[in-house]
Design a protein around this ligand. Structure first.
Ligand SMILES: [Zn+2]
Length: 298
């Protein structure tokens, strides 16, 4: 009698109970999570950090003139497009809009927002600190703006000044140097053929192609000093109108190739960063040793 009860009632009951308890957890674990930090609930954020293995993206844009034909936020719009699509493929939590970078050289143009040097560094430090406090132990800055290319390595280097329980990674590539449709122009640094082609993919509605030839993006080459001597005014001496190249020759075919390359490169970088178990370990070793340098042996 007891045996029959066990077989007919108890076993199916336990099975049903088990399924009721386990299935929702499985469904929850596999449910699609947004990659946007700001779209997650607090408990989904916890799951997002777990799923991303503590890897978070900080896409870094800027607000500056982009030739006569592209929006001020071109770098921000493009870098978010690339980072968000990459995170969809290789899960990572993506920080909201960030555009507080180095752009002093465009202060003479309308719509530029150029924060002071101290604020750029302080805000970036507090942002990555806050990301890390929330579990982002690997902060991958995806840079969308050429003018940040000295700021970001310097910021990463300055993480060694005192202990941090996270690692800052900087990925600073946007355009493939080879492959894809042949490029028609030689000078192509800002709002030119490549950049215009890319935003034709991310935000085609914001491209004013009819204006692309209304200003010159030629190199004015006005500075007469050796190439290996650096000055902060170099960009202004060459491209005072914040246009470098010729956006009128841009096309979707080139944009598709370059944007796909950018997204693929970020996907690959996220995977490499997730797999990196050396940087944080050696960073901690370094912090420890740097407390008593006289004990460091060769
Ligand atoms: Zn740009």
């Amino acid at each position: 009698m007891i045996r029959t009860f066990r077989r007919i009632v108890l076993v199916p009951m336990l099975l049903i109970l088990g399924i009721t308890l386990i299935v929702p957890q499985l469904v929850r674990a596999q449910a699609k999570l947004s990659v946007h930090w700001e779209e997650l609930t607090a408990s989904d954020f916890r799951e997002g950090i777990h799923r991303s293995q503590g890897t978070c993206l900080l896409p870094f844009g800027i607000l500056e003139k982009h030739g006569p034909h592209l929006p001020l936020g071109t770098d921000l719009l493009d870098v978010r497009y690339a980072a968000l699509h990459a995170a969809e493929q290789e899960y990572a939590v993506v920080f909201p809009e960030y555009y507080f970078g180095q752009i002093a050289e465009a202060r003479h143009e309308p719509g530029t927002v150029a924060y002071s040097r101290n604020l750029q560094l302080a805000l970036l430090q507090e942002t990555t600190d806050e990301m890390a406090r929330n579990g982002c132990k690997k902060v991958l800055i995806v840079n969308g703006h050429g003018g940040n290319n000295s700021l970001l390595p310097f910021f990463a280097q300055s993480q060694l000044d005192k202990p941090h329980d996270y690692v800052v990674y900087v990925f600073d590539e946007r355009t493939p140097q080879t492959g894809g449709p042949a490029r028609k122009t030689k000078i192509d640094m800002h709002a030119g053929e490549s950049e215009t082609s890319k935003i034709m993919i991310s935000r085609p509605d914001l491209v004013h192609m009819d204006r692309a030839a209304s200003e010159s993006g030629a190199d004015q080459a006005r500075q007469k000093i050796p190439e290996d001597v650096y000055t902060g005014i170099w960009w202004y001496t060459r491209f005072p109108f914040h246009y470098s190249g010729d956006g009128s020759v841009a096309n979707k075919e080139l944009g598709e190739y370059q944007m796909k390359w950018w997204i693929d490169s970020v996907v690959n970088t996220i995977r490499q960063v997730k797999a990196d178990d050396v940087s944080l370990k050696l960073q901690n070793e370094f912090y420890e040793k740097s407390k008593h340098p006289l004990d460091t042996q060769p």
